[in-house]
Design a protein around this ligand. Structure first.
Ligand SMILES: Nc1ncnc2c1ncn2[C@@H]1O[C@H](COP(=O)(O)OP(=O)(O)OP(=O)(O)O)[C@@H](O)[C@H]1O
Ligand SMILES: [Mg+2]
Length: 391
């Protein structure tokens, strides 16, 4: 785990960091000057620096520290807080709970108390990590149908669910461009680097290879060197997807449009496959071919969910005709809205951020709701634990 320590007193900050470093299972420990610094890093998308735990020494209500904690909780939804305070009034505890602090410890803190709190946080994180995430694959029935646009923007929309961690893997190995749809940052590493160093693959190597679009939405980009695409093998895909789904709630795969050993291996892992098409005959023809390939691969019918993108109600081909052609009862549609989609793609800004009122954004939010279902309730145990400490 990455732990950040913030203290207004330099000496206490250094002592706390030194104490934390004596805990054997603790990963990196950093002293951070202020919460504003973390907020600024989060806002600029530099979330490789995002800590897992923030140990906050002696915050005060009067100086607005708890408001900043609340703000940090929005920017880093997966961050856990440990607050140390000399005198914790009832009012302080209630305020702390309200802004999302689950661990309020006495200051100066001893090693046992601090390490037990860290252990509780670690246990909670690993129990969450053991639940496998859902793998959702997007594949274009024909080039330019909008698979990348929908996968990346759905990733951003799902990440707005705060408590969910979202990963997107760009499997368009030769000409992948997914990261550019939602970020203007250059990825530090790509799926090619991961495949070439597959022996190093673990959670931290994976995290450092991904581009963080928001603190809980990361993209493993495709390489911009198409000549080495063949270095990524189906067995790398097995290892990669197994690892990613252990650590993320939703794993989105941008499969592109080629059906080959690598993409089929990825589709094998998918819980749901979304072939993306538009309502013109060439797309429908290729969509039917793709569905027959899926049948020959023995994929269950309820794994395949075609999406009609750029849908116009007044179009020549009616939705009923597409349903009949594909033999499905339900079809998700995403409306056509050229201006908003083009602006989003050109600027590399997710459409939900750039044009919240666009019918595409609304359709993506509905899509998100149908995938996420009910959000997870907060566990009951922490409230009594914090209150007990105030007695
Ligand atoms: N609902 C929409 N309304 C209007 N334009 C859209 C919509 N969805 C996607 N587009 C536009 O279509 C273009 C192509 O989309 P995208 O690159 O996602 O297709 P793709 O299926 O991934 O293509 P490829 O097969 O080349 O990977 C995008 O640049 C975007 O501007
Ligand atoms: Mg694409």
């Amino acid at each position: 785990m990455k732990i950040a320590v913030i203290s207004k007193n330099d000496r206490s900050g250094s002592e706390l960091a030194a104490l934390l470093r004596t805990r054997s299972q603790t990963g990196e420990v950093h002293i951070v000057a202020s919460m504003s610094q973390l907020l600024a890093a989060g806002a600029s998308g530099v979330s490789t620096a995002a800590p897992d735990v923030l140990v906050l020494d002696e915050p005060s209500i009067e100086s607005g520290d708890l408001d900043q904690v609340e703000h940090l909780g929005h920017v880093y939804p997966l961050l856990s807080f440990i607050v140390l305070c000399r005198q914790s009034s009832q009012e302080f505890l209630i305020q702390a709970m309200r802004v999302g602090v689950r661990e309020v410890l006495p200051s100066p803190v001893n090693a046992d108390t601090l390490f037990s709190a860290l252990q509780r946080i670690e246990d909670k994180r690993s129990s969450q990590a053991q639940v496998n995430g859902k793998v959702l694959a997007f594949i274009s029935c024909k080039g330019g149908s909008g698979a990348t646009f929908l996968a990346t923007n759905l990733g951003y929309a799902l990440a707005a669910l705060k408590q969910k961690r979202i990963a997107l893997i760009d499997l368009n190995l030769q000409f992948g461009d997914a990261s550019l749809f939602v970020s203007d940052q250059k990825p530090l590493a790509t799926i090619l680097d991961v495949a070439q160093q597959i022996r190093r693959l673990d959670a931290s190597f994976l995290a450092s290879s991904m581009l963080n679009v928001t603190p809980n939405f990361s993209v493993l980009a495709a390489s911009d060197d198409p000549t080495h695409a063949g270095d990524v093998k189906p067995e790398h895909i097995d290892l990669l997807i197994k690892l990613v789904r252990r650590h993320y709630d939703f794993v989105l795969l941008d499969v592109g449009r080629s059906l080959d050993a690598v993409s089929i291996r990825a589709l094998d892992h998918a819980d749901m496959i979304f072939p993306v098409l538009q309502t013109t005959l060439p797309y429908i023809r290729d969509g039917k071919r793709m569905l027959s390939v899926f049948r020959s691969l023995d994929y269950r019918k309820d794994k395949i969910h075609p999406i009609v993108n750029r849908h116009e109600k007044s179009g020549d081909i009616r939705l009923g005709d597409v349903k009949a052609a594909f033999g499905v009862n339900d079809l998700r549609t995403i409306p056509n809205h050229y201006e908003a989609a083009a602006a989003s793609v050109n600027q590399g800004v997710p459409i939900l951020k750039l044009a919240k009122g666009s019918p595409i954004s609304k359709a993506l939010q509905e899509f998100t709701q149908s995938l996420a279902g009910e959000s997870t309730p907060v566990s009951a145990g922490w409230l009594s634990r914090v209150l007990q400490r105030s007695r």
